[in-house]
Design a protein around this ligand. Structure first.
Ligand SMILES: Nc1nc2c(c(=O)[nH]1)N[C@H]1C(S)=C(S)[C@@H](COP(=O)(O)O)O[C@H]1N2
Ligand SMILES: [Mo]
Length: 331
């Protein structure tokens, strides 16, 4: 049962197939024995599977203790000659599978408790540590950057993120020289995130980048957006923004940074190895098995525009991939 609530920015269905339409179907078949037959059949059009999920009772919206930090000064090196996507789009059209595998998870995401929020830094570091988000925010100056944001489902936005370069977190962590990757992890608590009751997904959500990618100035840890603390549905209180990669690399609501010499098998690599790789750099010439990447739909204007190599950031990042041409860099 799909409850339609068409908004003027809704995409035609064929352009907005969710990431999991194929994956979930397979998972449902696999776990069919665990699900009441009727539900399983209704769930086969996987995009509405979140609707059949038991919704947790929304809690009273809490005041974000970091609110007084915003707005923060804009870093003029990261301007764009394209309009910012109106905030209502980023607040209402999200991917955050912890709260449902469809786009309208915003209300359910209000169940996310963002304080206390402890960030763990561990693995190949001089000294493992835990730090509360507000202590972290007090240590590192925040700035605003305008970034392009591109999902593998071929929609795009332009977002004013606030936060700080990932390189500053790496400096705080003091990794050993043997560390080659930083792996990030989202919270895992099905009592606040009903999507995490769907046990066929490899929770918690994880993502990772090489140390070299982490040190690139474009790699940005987001704590705010649109001049205020980042909304829960957008990955409060700490998410990543890697604008040259597909959106699934930009992990939300991070609780852990793990330094390692092993390349991680991330959430999406485990969920669909044929469809999702480690690098996931944007490239118009390399189609995803289900979505051509030649063009993208701009949320807000519904305009279709050509996709750019590295999502327009080739000058900043192409050098990271020299000598790696034999790898699946674009999926
Ligand atoms: N923890 C977590 N992080 C996540 C996701 C998710 O489901 N869970 N979805 C990813 C995908 S597929 C995209 S496109 C972006 C969406 O970010 P937005 O909702 O702010 O546009 O978040 C990424 N980060
Ligand atoms: Mo995505």
């Amino acid at each position: 049962m799909l409850i339609k609530n068409p908004k003027r920015w809704d995409l035609p269905e064929r352009m907005a197939t969710p990431e999991d339409v194929f994956l979930n179907r397979r998972a449902l078949i696999k776990t069919a024995g665990l699900i009441a037959a009727g539900t399983a059949l209704a769930g086969l059009s996987a995009c509405d599977d979140g609707q059949s999920m038991e919704e947790a009772t929304p809690t009273v919206p809490d005041v974000d203790p970091s609110a007084s930090l915003y707005p923060v000064p804009r870093n003029e090196s990261y301007k764009l000659d394209q309009p910012i996507t109106p905030e209502e789009f980023n607040l209402t059209y999200n991917n955050f599978y912890e709260f449902g595998s469809h786009k309208t998870i915003a209300e359910n995401a209000q169940n996310l408790r963002i304080r206390p929020w402890t960030v763990t830094i561990d693995g190949m570091v001089e000294a493992e540590m835990q730090i509360g988000i507000d202590d972290l925010l007090a240590k590192i100056p925040l700035e605003e950057r305008l970034y392009r944001h591109r999902c593998v489902e071929a929609w795009s936005m332009t977002v004013p993120w606030s936060g700080f370069p990932l390189s500053q977190l790496v400096e705080l962590a003091k990794p050993l020289s043997s560390a080659k990757y930083v792996v990030m992890e989202t919270f895992n608590d099905s009592s606040m995130a009903s999507g995490q009751k769907q046990t066929w997904w490899p929770w918690p959500y994880t993502e990772g980048v090489t140390m070299e990618e982490a040190m690139n100035d474009l790699a940005f840890l987001v704590t705010g957006a649109y001049g205020k603390p980042v909304a829960k549905q957008m990955g409060a209180p700490l998410r990543l923004a890697l604008p040259w990669k597909y959106g699934f690399k930009s992990i939300k609501s991070i609780v852990k940074f793990h330094f390692t010499d092993k390349r991680p098998t991330t959430f999406w690599m485990q969920s669909g190895p044929r469809e999702y790789g480690f690098w996931a750099n944007v490239n118009p010439d390399v189609p995803h098995p289900r979505w051509s990447q030649a063009s993208e739909r701009v949320l807000g204007t519904n305009e279709r525009v050509p996709t750019l190599l590295y999502n327009g950031y080739a000058e900043e990042v192409a050098g990271l991939y020299k000598g790696l041409e034999g790898e699946r860099l674009y999926m």
